[in-house]
Design a protein around this ligand. Structure first.
Ligand code: NAI
Length: 249
């Protein structure tokens, strides 16, 4: 499905990002597994049986680091090649009540999820446009149910993810003429290291509100991302696709 396509997956060293890498590798994409935790990125590659991939240490919250990652794509694949698939899975939480939240904890969550998504998206779009390789460019971002309904203790995270939705819709509008599509997934509670710290009683409450009555698996989100990256979704852009077991209807 993705033969001769280069994909950048941020946050590819864990959770949903790792599941996306594995799935895209099976579909013959060449993947830049990009993560602040390079060991995690290397472990992802070690778990992939098909294809040649590159692990890269990147902090998406820092523009210089993101620029270096795009230079690495050039060096690795040659200056004519471009990553036309981008998955912005990197994200963090720093929970706390709004009245106690440290400004730096608010900033850090926005820096990774929102500014990080902006930096990679801007460079990916610029490169695709400059090299006229825009046929079939596809970007998938990550929102959250927290952005839709708010979530106690997550003022920073909900704000960041709501921002990602606005960014996604705007990129979809601006880039449509270059045939670059931009969509987002809205995961519910997915069984990854990110949700391991959620207290059991909160998790039980969430599962009670989830019509499917269980947590999701990273692969169930990855399947939807594969669809959004592929030509099978060629007329979908600016969409927010829930993969939440029906948590927010
Ligand atoms: P995870 O914690 O398993 O993976 C996140 C990855 O992002 C980690 O490998 C981490 O090292 C990397 N990362 C963090 N900061 C980074 C930075 N500055 N630069 C580069 N990499 C960085 O989390 P998970 O669950 O796989 O989350 C993936 C995305 O899905 C995130 O954007 C998250 O906000 C979103 N999401 C997850 C949900 C869930 O239930 N797991 C629910 C809703 C949204």
């Amino acid at each position: 499905m993705f033969a001769n396509r280069i994909a950048i997956v941020t946050g590819g060293g864990s959770g949903i990002g790792r599941a996306v890498c594995k799935l895209l590798a099976k579909e013959n994409a060449s993947i830049i597994v990009a993560d602040r935790n390079v060991k995690g990125a290397q472990e992802t590659i070690a778990s992939m049986t098909e294809g040649q991939h590159v692990a890269v240490e990147v902090d998406v919250a820092k523009l210089d680091s993101v620029k270096s990652m795009f230079e690495l794509v050039n060096k690795t694949y040659g200056s004519e090649e471009v990553a036309t698939l981008l998955v912005n899975s990197a994200g963090i939480t720093k929970d706390g009540w709004v009245i106690d939240m440290k400004p730096e904890d608010f900033d850090q969550v926005l820096d990774v999820s929102l500014k990080g998504t902006f930096y990679t998206t801007q460079l990916a779009c610029k490169t695709m446009i400059d090299k006229k390789k825009s046929d079939g460019g596809s970007i998938v971002n990550f929102s959250s149910v927290s952005a839709k309904i708010g979530n106690m203790g997550q003022a920073n995270y909900a704000a960041a993810k709501a921002g990602v939705e606005g960014l996604t819709r705007t990129v979809a509008r601006e880039m449509g003429k270059y045939n670059i599509r931009c969509n987002a997934v809205i995961p519910g509670f997915i069984e990854t290291p990110m949700v391991e710290t959620v207290p059991e009683h909160i998790m039980q409450g969430m599962l009670f509100l989830t019509p499917l009555g269980r947590k999701g698996q990273p692969e169930e989100v990855a399947n939807v991302i594969k669809f959004l990256l592929s030509k099978e979704s060629s007329y979908i852009t600016g969409a927010m696709l829930q993969v939440s077991g029906g948590l927010f209807l």
